[in-house]
Ligand binder design. Structure first.
Ligand code: PSU
Ligand code: MN
Length: 304
């Protein structure tokens, strides 16, 4: 298996020193944000982790390897490349075998993190059950992965491009705990409110770390969602963003978008229709997640 995995120098050294490592996904870089803001944000997020005692490991598929940690040149190349395939669980073997460039989704990043022994992962938003899934069966592989891989995922909740209620039902069926970091309500990415309760409110990094450690000590497979609300000052107006999401959904329907293109299409439309406001909010919430994620990773590392 080792032939398929390559650690960056920074990650290798961090592991040898017993430092907490935090995984970062790369679909958010290739499909979630435009160049050059994507590369700049990725660098800033990595630095926030370092500044708070953790080692960043941005994950991507390059040259027939799952890279655990990218060098600065790799990050630049990746963020600016034209032919990057979105890689979820299904896509990993083909992209490695054909030496294509793959951007790992939440699901694929969790797989890579677990293979590398990384217990915590920071991102923006997770995939979920799409609206209309009762006929399209469009349910993100992220959810199945949360039930399978032993990785904690810090995010800002789920966007209301999804059916948040059904997403929570699916996670409940699969036994994935959804914890609210300092909140009783599941945040909806751009806003702090979704109208849905989390399963457990957690108030400290230690509470999160102890819960994860207990789960894994019990030999229960799978991870957990740690939902960290966007800071109040960065949140978008609920009615403004709801209206835009409805328009994006209608357009996706009209154009018959399906499969792996649905999420990137909706994210792109939202960005376009908000004239960049969503991008600013997206960057702010990912940085905030990195801050919280670093603290959780440190607490997890102190509780081995
Ligand atoms: N939701 C977001 N931002 C993202 C994604 C989802 O708010 O960048 C990306 C993540 O990489 C996630 C993926 O894992 O989309 C889910 O895609 P799908 O719904 O096709 O599984
Ligand atoms: Mn899908």
């Amino acid at each position: 298996m080792k032939q398929y995995i390559e650690l960056s120098q920074e990650v290798q050294k961090g592991m040898e020193a017993g430092l907490p490592i935090v995984a970062l996904e790369s679909t958010i870089i290739s499909h979630g944000m435009p160049y050059p803001q994507n590369v700049q944000t990725a660098r800033e997020v990595e630095q926030i982790l370092r500044d708070h005692g953790a080692v960043p490991a941005t994950i991507a598929i390059i040259d027939g390897k799952i890279k655990i940690g990218l060098s600065d040149e790799e990050l630049e190349m990746f963020g600016n490349a034209k032919d990057v395939a979105k890689a979820s669980r299904r896509d990993i073997p083909y992209l490695i075998a054909t030496k294509k460039i793959g951007a790992t989704t939440v699901a694929a990043t969790m797989i890579a993190a677990e293979l590398a022994g990384i217990e915590l992962f920071v991102t923006g938003g997770i995939g979920g059950v799409h609206r209309g899934a009762e006929t399209t069966m469009d349910i993100s592989a992220d959810l199945e992965e949360l039930a399978t891989s032993k990785v904690g995922v810090v995010c800002a909740g789920a966007k209301s491009i999804l059916d948040i209620g059904l997403t929570l039902e699916f996670l409940e069926t699969k036994g994935v705990p959804v914890m609210g970091y300092g909140t009783d309500e599941l945040p909806a990415f751009f806003t702090r409110q979704s109208g849905f309760d989390v399963n457990f409110r957690v108030n400290t990094p230690e509470e999160v770390a102890n819960t994860l450690r207990t789960k894994w000590n019990l030999n229960m497979k799978g991870g957990a969602v740690i939902a960290n609300p966007i800071p109040e000052v960065d949140a978008l107006d609920h009615d403004f963003i709801t209206d835009i999401i409805m328009k994006a959904l209608a357009e996706a329907n009209e154009q018959g978008i399906h499969g792996k293109d649905v999420t990137p299409f909706l994210l792109g439309k939202v960005k376009e229709l908000t004239e960049g406001k969503s991008l600013v909010a997206n960057i702010a919430l990912v940085k905030n997640n990195a801050l919280v994620g670093a603290k959780i990773a440190v607490a997890l590392n102190n509780n081995k």
